[in-house]
Design a binder for this molecule. Structure first.
Ligand SMILES: *Cc1c(COP(=O)(O)O)cnc(C)c1O
Length: 406
């Protein structure tokens, strides 16, 4: 049946959108740095920042400028041809990491799909001796790698995705920071181990340096690839440009997302030269490496590389850490954990949801927080926030917790 054409809408037509998350009845119309403004003009201090995406805050000048300048030049000549921003960004990423080759994609899940494919193909090419067929990847309990079929199967969220069965085969799950649990899963089908150096969605759980080093030795011993998913922990979030640097190891493959685009859809798969086994046609997509997004990525990376920037992330992370520790002690909570500006407060009871709601509804300004588990709050502010914006958040949080505990 043909419907008449409409060109009217209101911002309250939310029923037209598929429900994919529980959204509060707010429409955000503007963002600047650490602040969002809703349709009523109320301001919110934003400690989600698009889930660690806006590493330079909302609408930073360098991203606006990159978008304006690049969109006037060329937006998408297609991945069939080279473009300048992609070459420049890939070059800077390899010069500042242990990797040699870069493939750009549009989301963290897509970069991880690429990593899984690369590992499987490398296994087929190099690990097929004596009739072996190595394709299995060991991942970890509570890990999160994305919402496509393969990355859902790779993720270690218990019971997640059962409605979308059958799962993509080829993933087994070990326990983070438990090397013996990884060793126990290695078979003649294993090709790689994949992990987040700091589990994000799982509740900000860092892999220890000792574990990362043990994993590197174990994978080397068995001829397995070590893949780090730095979609959340990479790009300066921990105070290092890449989180693997915290443990002085060199992984074989890495994925980046979220912060790499500072708010626009951009992700990347990086690998060492000897694992760069994709051939024409194996991997790609209409928007991969389009210059509009990679020009933004270049502007973001140049900001992170400026002298003193990463040190300021370490300093502000330490400041946030001590503030959270004080808050925890004051309210009898169970402390905090994290790296750099990816941190979590262990609430000691299931008040996370209540805190998120009350903090959001505070007047005259609200506070946006995330509770990945009922007993935990996660903090992932812009990396360039001010000390004052840390103090203000801690005061507001203290206020909310006082009311809840009274
Ligand atoms: C967010 C996230 C992903 C998925 O990224 P999308 O861009 O949402 O597809 C994958 N891995 C980790 C560690 C993440 O935090």
């Amino acid at each position: 049946m043909n419907k008449p054409l409409h060109n009217e809408f209101t911002r309250y037509d939310t029923d037209s959108l598929l429900t994919i998350t529980n959204r509060p009845p707010l429409v955000f119309t503007e963002g600047q740095g650490m602040w969002l403004t809703d349709h009523n003009g109320k301001r919110y201090l934003d400690y989600l920042q698009g889930w660690a995406v806006n590493c330079l805050g909302h609408s930073p000048a360098c991203i606006q400028q990159a978008l304006v300048e690049q969109s006037a030049k060329v937006i998408n000549p297609s991945p069939a041809f080279y473009n300048e921003p992609s070459i420049a960004l890939a070059s800077l990423l390899t010069k500042n990491s242990c990797f040699d080759r870069v493939f750009f994609a549009n989301s963290g899940a897509e970069a991880n799909e690429g990593a899984i494919k690369l590992a499987r193909k490398w296994g087929k090419l190099h690990k097929n001796a004596a009739g072996e067929n190595r394709y299995e990847i060991i991942t970890f309990d509570h890990s999160f790698h994305g919402r496509t079929l393969a990355t859902m199967s790779a993720s270690g969220k218990a019971g997640w995705g059962s409605m979308f069965a059958p799962q993509v085969p080829g993933f087994t799950h070990a326990h983070l920071n438990d090397l013996a649990s990884v060793a126990a899963l290695i078979t003649n089908k294993t090709v790689a181990v994949m992990l987040e150096p700091v589990q994000g969605e799982g509740g900000v759980i860092p892999a220890t340096k000792e574990f990362m080093q043990g994993l590197r030795a174990l994978t080397e011993k068995h001829g397995l690839l070590l893949i780090v998913d730095e979609v959340q922990a990479g790009m300066g979030r921990t105070g290092k440009l890449f989180a693997y640097e915290l443990s002085d190891i060199e992984p074989d493959i890495m994925t980046l997302g979220k912060g790499i685009g500072g708010g626009v859809p951009l992700s990347a798969l990086l690998c060492k030269e000897k694992y760069a086994c994709f051939e024409p046609g194996d991997q790609g997509g209409t928007y991969n490496g389009n210059p509009l997004m990679t020009a933004v990525g270049l502007a973001v990376l140049n900001t992170l590389l400026a002298p003193g920037f990463l040190q300021s992330v370490i300093d502000k992370g330490a400041y946030l850490q001590s503030g959270l520790e004080k808050l925890s002690a004051k309210h009898g909570m169970e402390g905090e954990r994290g790296e750099g500006l990816l941190r979590a407060l262990k609430l000691g009871s299931d008040i996370g949801g209540k805190i998120v709601e009350m903090a959001r509804d505070m007047e005259p300004v609200g506070l946006l927080l995330n509770s990945p588990r009922p007993d935990l709050l996660r903090f992932m502010p812009a990396l360039n926030l001010s000390i004052g914006e840390i103090d203000q958040m801690l005061e507001m949080l203290d206020e909310v917790v006082k009311i809840i505990k009274s």
